[in-house]
Design a protein around this ligand. Structure first.
Ligand SMILES: Cc1cc2nc3c(=O)[nH]c(=O)nc-3n(C[C@H](O)[C@H](O)[C@H](O)COP(=O)(O)OP(=O)(O)OC[C@H]3O[C@@H](n4cnc5c(N)ncnc54)[C@H](O)[C@@H]3O)c2cc1C
Length: 301
């Protein structure tokens, strides 16, 4: 992606290439937004090799570019689309598993500087990152239990026990500390009910508008935003969720991400920033608890 901002800074002649049948990515839109600042910016639409009819999807295009013949065909089309420009911007489709290789090969075949622009979810860079983490984390001693939700969480004197199940049966995890990072409504970290908003795992109190009628303003475009988007659980300065008595629910419980109240990531466009910053603090604080002596090791049974 780095060649994009570089070309913009240099005002280098650049063509944004988009594709027949690809929704959610428009070269015209990019040019409409940036054209005044970037006079040498233009756009061309082409048909993706082998996918000339109907709708095309970034993931399918990315996987198809792992085949050398597709790269060669696309390279020929890009050379033609670029005309006199030396830089081409593409939606992020340059391979799923070895994007650097796909990118380098297309640069070699075309002689152009080529960069990717992320597309809407599920976007290829997101899938790449996820697959990378799924490969790398187990090597760091992390056990991933994907697609399953913790259904029970209980604390005792020296740790916590989490309960869930996968296709092989029940799983019990012993932990010295727990970070609740279950997200908001879409991910199931908060439940919106007719009678109010709930945190389903521990039934932690949720700061929320007094009544459901106050969740949304009258106007969708209300400049103050909508109160429901600031709902969430309260935490103290150490990112420990607070119980109904205003004290930490448990010294071993921490929270991170958008489950935490008083932030409206939709309006502030800062969902990832909030997730990363709060996770940093929660992990730093949880680490202290984990390092305390005489705690039990985590185990899976
Ligand atoms: C369509 C869309 C586009 C977005 N675009 C942007 C963007 O461009 N930039 C940006 O900064 N932000 C963006 N965001 C916001 C960003 O995705 C979120 O703010 C961010 O992912 C929040 O991170 P989180 O870890 O708190 O929660 P989430 O990413 O929601 O993760 C919570 C996870 O917890 C899991 N979970 C829930 N309950 C349990 C349980 N009981 N046991 C185990 N696991 C559980 C869920 O399955 C989920 O995987 C976008 C969000 C959406 C929906």
């Amino acid at each position: 992606m780095a060649a994009g901002p570089k070309a913009l800074a240099e005002k280098a002649p650049c063509v944004i290439v988009d594709f027949d049948g690809l929704k959610g990515f428009s070269g015209r839109e990019v040019v409409a937004n940036l054209g005044r600042r970037w006079p040498g910016l233009s756009t061309r639409r082409i048909a993706f090799p082998g996918m000339a009819r109907g709708e095309v999807y970034p993931e399918g295009m990315a996987r198809s570019l792992e085949v050398p013949a597709t790269r060669e065909m696309l390279a020929a089309l890009l050379r033609d689309a670029a005309g006199d420009a030396g830089v081409v911007g593409l939606p992020a489709i340059l391979g799923m598993h070895r994007p650097d290789d796909v990118h380098a090969e297309l640069v070699r075949l075309t002689g152009l500087a080529i960069y990717e622009i992320p597309t809407m979810p599920p976007s290829v860079p997101g899938v790449r990152l996820r697959e990378l983490l799924e490969q790398a984390l187990p090597n760091k001693g992390v056990t991933l239990i994907p697609q399953q939700k913790v259904t029970a969480l209980a604390f005792d004197g020296d740790g916590a026990t989490l309960g869930l199940a996968d296709a092989y049966g029940p799983i019990r995890i012993r932990a010295r500390a727990v970070i609740l990072a279950t997200g908001r409504f879409l991910s199931g970290g908060l439940l919106a009910r007719r009678d109010g908003i709930r945190e389903p795992l521990l039934d932690l109190p949720v700061t929320q508008p007094e009544s459901r009628a106050d969740w949304y303003g009258e106007r969708y475009t209300d400049a103050r935003g909508h109160a429901v988007h600031r709902a969430g659980i309260e935490v103290d300065a150490d990112m420990r969720p607070l119980g109904r008595d205003g004290r930490p629910h448990n010294a071993r419980l921490f929270a991170a991400g958008v489950v935490v109240a008083h932030q409206d990531w939709i309006r502030s466009r800062s969902g990832a920033g909030i997730a990363i910053a709060t996770a940093y603090r929660a992990v730093t604080k949880a680490e202290r608890v984990v390092r305390e002596p005489a705690a039990e090791p985590a185990a899976r049974s």
